[in-house]
Design a protein around this ligand. Structure first.
Ligand SMILES: NC(=O)c1ccc[n+]([C@@H]2O[C@H](COP(=O)([O-])OP(=O)(O)OC[C@H]3O[C@@H](n4cnc5c(N)ncnc54)[C@H](OP(=O)(O)O)[C@@H]3O)[C@@H](O)[C@H]2O)c1
Length: 337
């Protein structure tokens, strides 16, 4: 089988296509023929050495994949050859609260990922693909989809009539917009590009802001919402936190997920969170149980992930370069095989 491997944090050019034997599933394991993968910002960071000495090498990168069961090992009754499946971001976080042990097995980081024609999954780390989704669309779910689901639905508890703010037009943010609309919320969505803002409107964003043209977008979002937004999906991280605090209502929540905007400004508004009794909620993807719940909600609502562009398996480097450029709107995908 062919798979991509990184020998070290050598950047996109260090991604090497190698040949390996197809592995045999053991007790409780499932061999999946991967059909598609999608990229997350984290995968780019991994390839570029963003995780420093914590990163294991050699590594098959990329966490998010979907495919078809090729064969199952002894003791597997839950799946059979031909079933369409998606793999969980964390193999050992099956349900309940996260823990160090449960989060140790993240794909494309601590353990090998999905840029491979075949991969073995423990049976408990697989979820059935929603029928209306293609393999490429399904491959968007494990990290980007589930992070947005956790931020908006599970931990955010968004209710009809509330207001949610999303930042930029990357994979997580567009899922967050879609889930917020699914919950009956109003969405304020930002982007650095007016062309992308037009596309945000097509996704039913109620109010849009260009965060480059309007650096005080937090104030504008607060004004538009009335008393401030109920939930901010904080993709920018500490670099955008000041504006997010400004946008949030008293008692509002900031779901802290990302690092896109770089270092914090010197005039931090963090102390304001005390006076406004706001909640900062860290989010780290989610469990297999959460992935199942999200897949069910996606099925019922016939929701379709936003795929920007699909590259072929021999164009993996181009796919990473495209993501690095920031030109994408939604998910950058790779068709495998
Ligand atoms: N905590 C978790 O479990 C978890 C899981 C997944 C991802 N993340 C994090 O979430 C963030 C988003 O990941 P992703 O995979 O969705 O990334 P992505 O698809 O690469 O998103 C890139 C987009 O983000 C927007 N952006 C960049 N800088 C921004 C800024 N300063 N303010 C607002 N938007 C900005 C841009 O949108 P425009 O072009 O429209 O401006 C850019 O195109 C990353 O920091 C990632 O590490 C965390």
């Amino acid at each position: 089988m062919k798979c991509y491997e990184l020998q070290g944090p050598s950047g996109i050019d260090g991604l090497a296509l190698v040949d390996k034997p197809v592995p045999e599933p053991g007790e409780g394991e499932v061999l999946v023929r991967l059909k598609a993968a999608t990229l997350n910002y984290r995968d780019l960071l991994t390839v570029k050495g963003g995780y420093g000495s914590r990163q294991k090498f050699p590594l098959v990168p990329v966490s998010d994949g979907a495919g078809v069961v090729e064969r199952v090992g002894p003791g597997v009754q839950e799946f059979a050859a031909g079933d369409r499946v998606i793999g969980s971001f964390f193999e050992s976080w099956i349900s309940g609260e996260p823990s160090e042990a449960k989060m140790r097995t993240n794909l494309g980081g601590a353990v090998d990922g999905v840029l491979s024609e075949y991969r073995i999954f423990p049976k408990h780390a697989l979820v059935r693909t929603p029928e209306h989704l293609s393999d490429v669309e399904a491959a968007a779910l494990p990290c980007a989809g589930l992070t947005a689901w956790s931020a908006v639905v599970k931990l955010g508890g968004v209710r009809p009539g509330q207001t949610v703010l999303t930042q930029g037009t990357g994979g997580v943010s567009l899922f967050a917009l879609q889930f917020a609309k699914m919950c009956g919320a109003r969405v304020i969505a930002t982007s650095s590009s007016d062309a992308k803002i037009e596309r945000l409107k097509q996704l039913r964003a109620d109010f849009t802001l260009n965060y480059k043209a309007t650096p005080d977008w937090g104030k504008k979002a607060r004004e538009w919402s009335g008393h401030g937004v109920d939930l901010v999906v904080e993709g920018g991280g500490v670099g955008t936190l000041n504006e997010s605090i400004g946008a949030s209502r008293i008692g509002g929540t900031i779901a802290f997920i990302g690092v896109l905007a770089g270092p914090p400004p010197s005039n931090s508004r963090l102390p304001l969170m005390v006076m406004q009794q706001q909640r900062l909620q860290g989010v780290t993807v989610g469990s297999v149980e959460d992935l199942k719940a999200m897949a069910d909600a996606i099925s019922v609502n016939r929701m379709k992930p936003v795929i920007d562009r699909t590259f072929s398996f021999d164009q993996v480097k181009q796919a990473f370069t495209h993501m690095e450029s920031g030109a994408h709107f939604g998910k950058v995908a790779i068709a495998i095989g």
